[in-house]
Design a protein around this ligand. Structure first.
Ligand code: ATP
Length: 250
């Protein structure tokens, strides 16, 4: 496949710096994410998680440093990169005026690799009524629909930015956890950002902690826990960062 070799990391970020005016959102960030794992990106509000994800999606251009996804520059080659990424944002902007089956039909037109049987299986698992108007769905159901759309073309990389904000614990644990595991087991890669450390702890293979735009720790979860006397991720975060991940970081 163009731009990829099997051993090449799916995401490779080198010395990425990004400023907004006087504020440094990312300071010389370097990361390498091989395929087939679930990567948790954790940090308090304002730590730089969304800014990093926007660079990976090619929505922001690096001030300095480089970003490669599947070996490609997502700013220079957006179609080649984005056609292989499933993305679900915190806002999860699904159009309220459409019905469930209309959004599914509309979305499938954009992706040659759309898998009808898988979309239908997800629709049933997520108990989404085809004729329901999207604006009548609960927040949890809208998140499930957003996830269905992000998954049904079987992307090589699934990016979830704070996917569970405002969702009930059942949606978070059962749906997100199962989905992430299934994807990684199939050799695909998941990157998800969260400030809910107990959730990250349940599904991530590898954890990256970010604080004030700087990576403070990035390693396999098992190794992190082992080197911190098996403390919980929340406790380790406080030790390394000095605040809890759910505290405002402004
Ligand atoms: P949250 O969970 O609150 O979204 P985050 O970790 O995703 O937090 P970012 O949204 O990446 O954090 O923000 C990092 C820093 O960059 C913050 O200080 C934020 O105010 C600033 N920032 C982000 N986008 C912009 C922008 N478009 N203009 C100015 N400042 C910005």
């Amino acid at each position: 496949m163009r731009g990829s070799t099997v051993d090449e990391p799916v995401i490779s970020v080198t010395d990425l710096t990004r400023r907004f005016g006087a504020r440094t959102a990312l300071a010389s960030v370097s990361l390498s994410m091989p395929r087939g794992a679930v990567y948790g990106l954790v940090g308090a509000n304002g730590a730089g998680k969304t800014t990093l994800i926007k660079h990976i999606l090619g929505l922001l251009r690096a001030d300095s440093g480089s970003v490669r996804v599947f070996g490609l520059d997502p700013v220079a080659d957006p179609v080649a990169v984005l056609s292989r990424i499933g993305y679900l944002s915190e806002e999860n902007d699904v159009p309220g005026w459409m019905r469930v089956h209309e959004l599914i039909r509309y979305s499938r037109a954009f992706y040659p690799g759309w898998d009808d049987a898988y979309a239908e299986e997800l629709r049933e698992t997520f108990t989404l009524e085809p004729t329901a108007k999207i604006k009548t769905l609960s927040k949890g159901q809208r998140a499930r629909l957003g996830l269905l759309i992000a998954l049904a073309y079987r992307p090589e990389l699934l990016v979830l930015d704070e996917p569970s904000s405002g969702l009930d614990p059942i949606v978070r644990r059962d749906i997100l956890g199962a989905v992430m595991r299934t994807i990684a087991d199939a050799g695909r890669t998941v990157l998800f950002s969260s400030h809910l450390l107990d959730e990250v702890e349940q599904v991530a293979d590898h954890v990256t902690m970010i604080n004030h735009g700087t990576i403070v720790l990035s390693a396999p979860l098992a190794a992190i826990r082992k080197s911190h006397d098996d403390a919980s991720l929340a406790e380790i975060f406080v030790t390394r960062v000095g605040t809890t991940a759910s505290a405002p970081d402004a």
